[in-house]
Design a protein around this ligand. Structure first.
Ligand code: ADP
Ligand code: ZN
Length: 727
């Protein structure tokens, strides 16, 4: 018996499989998808068994593998297929595909060793009465009685009574230790949440999805904020479970939406497993095993949970489908939505994508019925959408109101007097964004990256938000010795200004700096929900999926901020961020009020936000995309040529662009090379090349050839990003 083993070798992620002979004693343990340990060039390596053969023709002697690592299969058939899909679609290696699909504990690598967790129990080795007669003191008897009563007692509990007595009882063979595997995350019992009666719109969407179970049908659930999409997901899943199938739910960075998870756990109790980056490696390993052993039937997770090894999958649901977080920004650069499309197709099951602001791509597909559009036009409880007012900040500045407009201040006061809550959005953390010398123009820049540093007041330092470089601020300009000024505005400074303007106000701040610790996001959210605080201010984190019934006012401090990002999707991103933030206002019994502060009150995107009209935004933005040949009219591929050596980098980038122009179809457009948005990052220079295409039979082959050419290039690197979300 022989096996083909996939080994990950360090050099540029090349896939290699090697044949090994299976020793007689290990034959029964051999299965495709398990890991084995093999000798390789005087080392030992781990790899996956990809196939089993009875014979092997070779002129060389084939070496034997050393041992089989797993009792249970790690890569089942479906995961193996998805790995191939990733390799073909995103031009990555199989080993990197499997690595991204599995928790660290199950990767084929010798580095991390995460073990199963065991709990030690004590049980009696003889009859109760006999055991008692052998005890020499009261403590021992107490322990024996305790074990008898409970059946088996946790050793740690018994040790609390008396460690020495436990040891004596063990030594005298009166009791014994039993080790049992336990999971690190245990579900607490929760009060069961009963399902709600769906309204007419919800019922229609629910029926459409349920009628398509066991068929491959794609749905776009397009429903305004607060229209009750989550309730639909839960009732559809209930039906899926009734039909003895399982369900997978993806949400953006799960840590940001504790409410969502707890709603599911309240409805489905311990049938739910969660997978996200906030878990420890051990916890992830345990959740993964619960899933693959079929002990849970619902998985909720972030991006990589799309690979959760659920068997008998009945549906995939992806909430907030417009979120960036579904795209992985490093190798393999996969998009969980594209993987979900593939996975639901091979399983012949439905896929449901939900959003109040769908991506243009998805909305366009729904006009062609590639996705069936299910629309929820109304908020549950007949709440109407908030009223949104734009404030021209160029006028306010003349009146001396640099940060909070007159109108926003009065609205904050009146909301406070009615004991309603307020949310302020400012999509920039830190104190002031940049520090500039008004005399000579000096600004602090990162020495490794082509970007200005952000000032953080709490520890008086300047930080690079790309590479983490940190330095201390000086009082005077390092160049001309004049005093330094602050420019721009971050959340930290906004907090200070709000407190100065309203001395009695109780403020909470939420951004990447205040949510670094585990569970701090949850803590801030529940503090705000409890009603102790008047105002929550923060970055885009606060705009996501939160449901605060007492918020009546949302202030958007600088609506222009994200419009200025040099990316063709900046309009879409801005619309979606501001629209979602506005949707936090007036969710229950209170009429929502949104103040949108801007320096460009006539900007068409901001006008659409003001009118709260996705439809208008869609028409406006589609028109631009068509003119500029961007998605959804064209597909994109982004290539990055990177190197520490500027000359080599620029030379190779030109070569790549020329090669593409020569080889691709005439209808495809090759742009560049240009310098990337951040030209130098971590001392690496970056050139960008963009391909826009509609149909191109040559494309995949040409890209594969290019990729191969760079495998041997030690100095210059080529990254290919298929359907990039950022360029
Ligand atoms: P969305 O996900 O569309 O933003 P949610 O699912 O969070 O909206 O629903 C908003 C609120 O309305 C939640 O508190 C939810 O419990 C409630 N809700 C949803 N559907 C119903 C219903 N049919 N009847 C009563 N309340 C509902
Ligand atoms: Zn940097």
């Amino acid at each position: 018996m022989y096996v083909e083993v996939l080994l990950e070798l360090k050099n540029k992620q090349m896939d290699q499989t090697y044949t090994y002979k299976v020793p007689e004693t290990l034959r029964s343990a051999i299965q495709v998808g398990k890991r084995v340990k093999v000798p390789f060039n005087h080392r030992e390596l781990e790899g996956f068994i990809l196939s089993i053969k009875n014979a092997c023709k070779s002129d060389f002697e084939i070496v034997e593998l050393l041992n089989v690592i797993d009792d249970e299969i790690v890569l089942n058939d479906e995961l193996i297929k998805m790995g191939t899909f990733l390799k073909e679609t995103y031009l990555c290696s199989l080993s990197s595909a499997y690595a991204v699909m599995l928790p660290s504990a199950l990767k084929a690598s010798l580095k991390t060793k995460i073990n199963k967790k065991y709990e030690t129990y004590l049980s009696l080795k003889m009859e109760h009465r006999k055991a008692l007669s052998l005890c020499t003191n009261e403590r021992q008897k107490e322990i024996v009685d305790c074990i008898e009563e409970i059946g088996n007692l946790q050793k740690s509990e018994a040790n609390k009574l008396s460690i020495s007595s436990v040891t004596t009882l063990l030594n005298k063979n009166i009791i014994q230790e039993i080790k049992e595997e336990v999971y690190r995350l245990q579900n607490q019992n929760r009060e069961k949440d009963e399902k709600k009666v769906l309204n007419e719109e919800q019922k229609k969407a629910f029926d459409a999805i349920v009628q398509s179970l066991k068929k491959h049908q794609k749905f776009l659930l397009y429903g305004v904020t607060g229209s009750g999409k989550t309730e639909i997901y839960m009732q559809v899943i209930e039906e899926v479970l009734n039909q003895k199938m399982t369900a997978l739910v993806l949400i953006p960075e799960i840590s940001l939406t504790p409410q969502f998870v707890s709603n599911f756990k309240a409805r489905f109790q311990n049938q739910v497993a969660i997978l996200h980056s906030g878990l420890s490696d051990g916890e992830k390993y345990d959740e993964w095993r619960k899933i693959s052993r079929g002990e849970v039937s619902i998985v909720i997770g972030a991006r990589s949970a799309v690979f959760a090894p659920l068997k008998n999958l009945g549906i995939i649901i992806i909430d907030e489908e417009h979120s960036d977080s579904y795209k992985q920004e490093n190798n393999p650069r996969y998009n969980a939505i594209e993987v979900a499309e593939y996975r639901t197709e091979i399983n012949q099951i439905p896929l449901v994508l939900g959003s109040a602001t769908p991506t243009l791509e998805r909305m366009a597909k729904s006009t062609k019925n590639i996705y069936i559009r299910l629309e929820l036009k109304n908020r549950v409880n007949q709440n109407i959408l908030p009223i949104c007012t734009a404030i021209d900040m160029t006028c306010e500045i003349k009146k001396g109101n640099f940060i909070l407009s007159e109108r926003l201040k009065t609205e904050i006061e009146s909301a406070m007097s009615r004991h309603e809550q307020i949310i302020l959005l400012l999509n920039r953390r830190g104190f002031a964004t940049t520090i500039t010398c008004s005399n000579c123009g000096f600004t602090y820049k990162c020495p490794n990256c082509d970007i200005t540093l952000t000032y953080h007041k709490t520890n008086h330092n300047l930080r690079c938000h790309y590479c983490g470089f940190t330095t201390f601020k000086k009082e005077q300009c390092p160049k001309c010795k004049e005093d330094l000024n602050f420019y721009g505005l971050g959340t930290e400074k906004l907090e200070q200004i709000v407190k100065e303007s309203f001395p009695d106000i109780k403020v909470l701040r939420m951004d990447a700096d205040t949510t670094r610790k585990k569970n701090s996001y949850e803590a801030i959210t529940s503090k705000f929900k409890s009603g102790e605080y008047d105002l929550l201010l923060g970055t885009q984190m606060i705009s996501k999926g939160l449901d605060f019934p007492r918020v009546s006012l949302v202030g958007i401090i600088n609506a222009d901020e994200s419009l200025n990002i040099p990316d063709f999707r900046s309009g879409e991103k801005t619309f979606s961020l501001l629209y979602q933030a506005a949707g936090r206002a007036g969710r229950k019994d209170t009429l929502g009020n949104v103040i949108l502060q801007t320096y460009n009150p006539n900007n068409p995107i901001l006008k659409c936000v003001e009118e709260q009209s996705y439809e208008k935004f869609y028409i406006y933005e589609m028109n631009i995309r068509k003119k500029l040949k961007y998605p959804p009219y064209y597909f994109l591929i982004s290539l990055k040529v990177t190197s520490k050596d500027y000359d080599e980098c620029s030379k190779e980038a030109i070569k790549v662009a020329d090669y593409l122009r020569k080889k691709l179809a005439d209808t495809s457009i090759v742009l560049g090379p240009t310098t990337a948005n951040v030209f130098k990052m971590n001392n690496v220079y970056r050139f960008n090349i963009i391909i826009k295409y509609r149909f191109d039979n040559q494309l995949r082959m040409v890209l594969k050839e290019l990729d191969k050419m760079f495998i041997l290039n030690k100095k210059v690197n080529l990254e290919i990003d298929i359907n990039p979300t950022k360029i």
